[in-house]
Ligand binder design. Sequence first.
Ligand code: ADP
Ligand code: ADP
Length: 227
Amino acid sequence: MIEFAKVSKQYSRDVFALRDITLSVQKGELLFLAGPSGAGKSTLLKMIAAMERPSSGTLSVNGQSINTIKPSGMPYLRRNLGLIFQQQRLLQDRSILSNVMLPLIVTGAARSDAEKRARAALDKVDLLDKATSGPQELSGGEQQRVAIARAIVNRPQIILADEPTANLDRDNANKVLAALKSFHGVGVTCLISTHDEQYLTGADRIVYLDRGRIVDGWHNGVSHPVE
Ligand code: ADP
Ligand code: ADP
């Protein structure tokens, strides 16, 4: 479903964010992308959403080439993706319910239908009781769960979550991961990045990145390239 073949990403003359990434992700897989800050995790996830293009190598997502995707192909690609990225904040002047309805409203859903589905999505992250609250009334962990509800309300086939546990205490981080894992449980493909080793449990697979390369793990904090 996601196929990276020898993908590199060079941002500038000496900044290689990814080098020679070959990785294939199967439908329904739960994959952790682990590695220290700057390893290339965000870049890898952004590429799947065509927010960045490969500098070399090929990437395809659901049979669509990211190398050659045209602006007209973007809505179709994105409809199948649920994105949870740091920079996508909740709209502060709207209720939680309205924030979660938004992806449906912009794709032309009827209000009553959008509201019903948004409530179902909030229920899945256990926040239905906060539907009429504003984002500022919620804790960081709750806001992150709202972001998950917003990302899944369109029933995407793939969820991409970039450091969803950043800035959360252990309890809230575990709740956020449990919410993500529950979607994996119903067949959604999930890619979750983290720099925090303690959360690397319950995945089908862990892919370690270090300085843009896939490595075979963290050995006492030191990673070694896979030969
Ligand atoms: P991670 O998510 O693992 O912290 P990133 O993918 O954000 O890693 O970054 C990988 C490398 O690419 C870092 O050296 C970072 O500074 C660089 N980088 C990321 N985005 C850009 C950009 N838009 N322009 C230039 N360099 C970037
Ligand atoms: P309904 O059919 O009434 O919308 P569901 O329980 O089938 O209720 O779904 C509830 C919510 O679960 C959906 O509105 C959606 O937000 C979320 N969801 C997202 N992706 C999926 C998926 N692949 N399978 C099931 N539910 C999903």
